[in-house]
Design a protein around this ligand. Structure first.
Ligand code: MRU
Length: 353
């Protein structure tokens, strides 16, 4: 049974999610009854974080299928594909989004190829698959946490960036999952939380999660990390990922690359914690990962207050890519992967396919 933060769940043919835009000021839920509301929630960051986006898309697709009353298998297939395409266009970088859509498409195909055409049965199969994706995500995160906690030592001071916690997943988290597991095993850990401009996922969300669980932490601004490392105050860096290429290059929230370079300079281990569903073996290197560019207003306006003059030119890439040479290890549910990443990843995918 899962008792912690539930980021998203299916209830009475409704997708219910924590409204992350409202945090930390307000703790409220958003209930989506129509699939387009789920697409909007993904686009406007009501729900965010690669695995959580994947779960939201799976549930949103099930919701979309439920709204259809198709007269024929062909008509069902056409409308279902259109819904999937709309989800695929919601955000470009997180591999988990496309992974979840592909799983829903496979489920649809196999339900559709049953002898009788009963739309209600196909819809139920899709709801079942979406809720399975959600439950599996929590179990996978616990495994990542268990595997990763073997790298953590009592007294570690760990820097993390963005939010790779329960809120970025169906629950428990990836990078924060490792921290949660290490704390549960009795280690005294102090977490340094990068505020993570422009949208402040660290300050708003990671700090909220750590406070809830009484895990000791200190909030810093993104530009302070190098100073702390130089002072010897960071023993490890652990971050999540949005997409990992076959060679181990990892895309994560903008600012991650700078941290990895700084960690390398200071001889600090740099870990990426992510499920296998974040790994894209069709992409050879990080150069091929599509990087989302978001609205400049995320930089110029914070909660209605203008931070820069009207009309200023803004560039707002949401992610950057850390080359694998800066990554000490990738922590997955299948184990801890170290260099040579490409060979190790190929082995794991061969064994799991
Ligand atoms: O733009 P966001 O908030 O969706 O970006 C999220 C991140 O970059 C996370 O670090 C990543 O998705 C890993 S979450 C387990």
């Amino acid at each position: 049974m899962h008792t912690g933060i539930r980021t998203i769940y299916w209830e009475n043919n409704t997708v219910v999610m924590i409204d992350q835009k409202a945090l930390p000021g307000e703790e409220k839920l958003l209930s989506c009854r129509h699939y387009t509301e789920v697409i909007t929630a993904i686009k406007d960051l009501t729900i965010r974080g690669a695995p959580a986006i994947g779960v939201a898309a799976a549930m949103g697709i099930a919701l979309g299928a439920l709204s259809l009353s198709p007269a024929s298998p062909e008509a069902f297939k056409k409308s279902f594909s259109e819904i999937c395409e709309q989800f695929a266009g919601s955000r470009p970088t997180a591999r988990n989004l496309f992974w979840a859509i592909e799983r829903m498409q496979r489920c649809f195909q196999s339900a559709l190829s049953a002898k009788r055409f009963v739309p209600g049965e196909i819809q139920q199969a899709l709801i079942g698959e979406a809720t399975r994706i959600c439950e599996e995500d929590i179990a996978v995160n616990r495994k990542i946490g268990f595997n990763g906690s073997s790298l953590i030592r009592d007294g570690d001071t760990i820097l993390t960036h963005c939010n790779a916690g329960a809120l970025a997943t169906a629950g428990y988290g990836t990078a924060l999952g490792v921290i949660r597991a290490a704390v549960a095993e009795g280690n005294n850990i102090h977490v340094f939380v990068d505020e993570t401009r422009p949208v402040l996922q660290g300050a708003r969300l990671t700090a909220w999660e750590l406070l809830k669980e009484n895990i000791p932490h200190t909030l810093i601004t993104d530009n302070m990390a190098g100073f702390l490392m130089k002072q010897g105050r960071i023993s490890k860096v652990i971050v999540g990922a949005d997409r990992i290429a076959a060679n181990g290059d990892a895309a994560n929230k903008i600012g991650t690359y700078s941290l990895a370079v700084l960690a390398g300079e200071h001889g600090i281990p740099f870990y990426v914690a992510a499920p296998l569903s974040t790994i894209d073996m069709t992409i050879r290197s990080g150069d091929e990962i599509p990087i989302e560019e978001r609205n400049g207003a995320e930089i110029t306006v914070i909660r209605g207050a203008r931070m820069a003059p009207e009309g200023v030119a803004v560039y707002n890439p949401a992610f950057d890519v850390t080359p694998h040479r800066y990554i000490t290890a990738i922590i997955t549910e299948a184990g801890i992967i170290t260099s040579p990443f490409q060979e190790r990843l190929e082995e794991i995918f061969r064994a799991t396919s």
